[in-house]
Design a binder for this molecule. Structure first.
Ligand code: GDP
Ligand code: IMO
Ligand code: MG
Length: 432
């Protein structure tokens, strides 16, 4: 019996899907706890690529997967995703559970997200336009529609009609045909209710019963600490708690349920969408990194900006998540780099060393302090132990561990499932 939380320690796309797939081998239940269809988690097994947006990555191993109450569910995407992965040969029936308390992203949420991003007067966030912000707004405004509402048609009708009144203002630029009519939304969602019913559970009961029965539970974060609504680079963040605390509120378990929190970081840093990015690489190297690392969004196809490993960001992640270990992915992307830089700290305008600040104005005044490491010019893809790695790669990882202040438990060296170096056996066996 053990439970692990896996969260992104940077700005998302750290390789959470591939790591969860690895850790899911010994898991009994895998749970998502926040975010929605904005996530794009890629898992590659025997040359087949699975891209998941809402369904936890444990589905690839045929594990029981829970979409927790903290997730916002876009039902058309949910059913499409099921269809896609079933075509790829995965079994979903009887494996996938959905919390009755999760909120639903409705068609007007996506339209409102897109409208806000297109409005020149608003600050553009560079969202995925999946309706995430507007859905969480309604949750906090206490006018959201939850999974359990689908099974109470009168309640659902009333909620959709009332919300429609409120939302029409924000969508007044659209024609009547472009705006989903509340009656049509109601009819579609009553249809979804029938289809969704077999999946619906009280997620809190499921997880707590699993723990009592001695099962291993794995919590899969989406996005990352830099995108967390409280601890990220606000306002250039997503609208949920992507940090470890979200695993509790987003599924219905207490903090005492959790045995270990692992943070995932790439050997470098990426970011997609708007917002500050202090360790952006020099243009030629940045483009090279993007090509070698295939740094294009799994959800939107947008270019991800590439930067050097940002220790102040990861130190901040270690603190706010209570990280017990750090998982480093994509070390192999550096295999052809002549040299590798590592940002070991920030100094402010007075030259003082500072922690990752809250204010973006303060962050803009920070100067990254770099150390430079010689490259290794050797393929690391086949490495399965630290000793298999070239000395320069070992030296780089050692320094990353030192500056992050958290022990490294695992390093991955290619997108394939088997390409990793395990440094702490407890991680795979839930033995914390
Ligand atoms: P997530 O959102 O955190 O799950 O990450 P994404 O799936 O969006 O992005 C990570 C990308 O890196 C995916 O395309 C993975 O297949 C790929 N990847 C994961 N680990 C490694 C690795 O160790 N090496 C390389 N080259 N690619 C990796
Ligand atoms: P995974 O789980 C990277 C970014 C968007 C935008 C900001 C807000 O694959 O790591 P939103 O649509 O959430 O309102 O957009 O957050 N963003 C991500 N960036 N990986 C993700 O998910 C992301 N999900 C959202 O680009 O900057
Ligand atoms: Mg992703």
């Amino acid at each position: 019996m053990g439970s692990l939380v896996v969260v992104g320690a940077q700005w998302g796309d750290e390789g959470k899907g591939r790591v969860v797939d690895l850790l899911a081998e010994q898991a009994d239940v895998v749970a998502r706890f926040q975010g929605g269809a904005n996530a794009g988690h890629t898992i590659i097994v025997d040359g087949t690529s699975y891209v998941l947006h809402l369904i936890p990555s444990g589905i690839v191993r045929g594990k029981t997967c829970l979409i927790g109450n903290g997730v916002v569910i876009d039902l058309p995407t949910f059913f499409e995703e099921i269809e896609t992965i079933e075509k790829q040969g995965l079994q979903v029936e009887g494996k996938l559970l959905v919390s009755d308390r999760a909120h639903l992203t409705l068609p007007y949420h996506r339209l409102l997200d897109a409208a806000r991003e297109a409005d020149n007067r608003a600050r553009k966030i560079g969202t995925t336009q999946r309706g995430i912000g507007p859905t969480y707004v309604d949750k906090m405004m206490r006018i959201g529609v939850r999974v359990c509402d689908l099974f109470e048609p009168d309640n659902l009708r009333e909620k959709i009609a009332a919300n429609w009144e409120e939302k029409t203002h924000g969508l007044r630029h659209l024609s009547d045909e472009q705006r989903p009519h509340p009656d049509a939304v109601l009819e579609t969602y009553l249809g979804y209710a029938e289809k969704l019913k077999p999946f619906v559970v009280d997620g809190s009961v499921v997880l707590n019963d699993a723990r009592k029965a001695g099962k291993h539970v794995l919590f899969e974060g989406a996005q990352g600490t830099g995108l967390d609504i409280d601890f990220g680079t606000y306002p250039y963040v997503t609208s949920s708690n992507a940090t470890a605390g979200g695993a509790c509120t987003g599924t219905g378990v207490g903090p005492t349920f959790i045995d270990h929190v692992a943070g995932i970081a790439k050997a470098y840093t990426t970011r997609v969408g708007e917002g500050p990015f202090p360790t952006l690489m020099e243009p030629g190297i940045e483009e090279f990194c993007r090509q070698v690392g295939h740094e294009f969004g799994a959800t939107t196809g947008r270019k991800r900006l590439c930067g050097w490993f940002d220790a102040p960001l990861v130190q901040h992640a270690a603190r706010v998540n209570g990280l017990g270990s750090l998982i480093i992915t994509k070390l192999d992307v550096f295999d052809q780099f002549e040299e590798v830089k590592l940002c070991v700290g920030y100094t402010n305008s007075e030259g003082k060393s500072v922690a990752f600040p809250a204010s973006l104005a303060d962050l803009a005044k920070c100067t990254p302090v770099y150390e430079t490491f010689p490259g290794w010019n050797t393929s690391t893809e086949g490495a399965r132990s630290m000793d298999d790695l070239p000395a320069n790669a070992q030296a780089y990882l050692k320094r990353v561990e030192e500056v992050a202040g958290v022990p490294i438990s695992l390093v991955s060296v290619s997108p394939s499932r088997e390409s990793f170096i395990l440094l702490d056996e407890r991680l795979l066996s839930y033995a914390y």
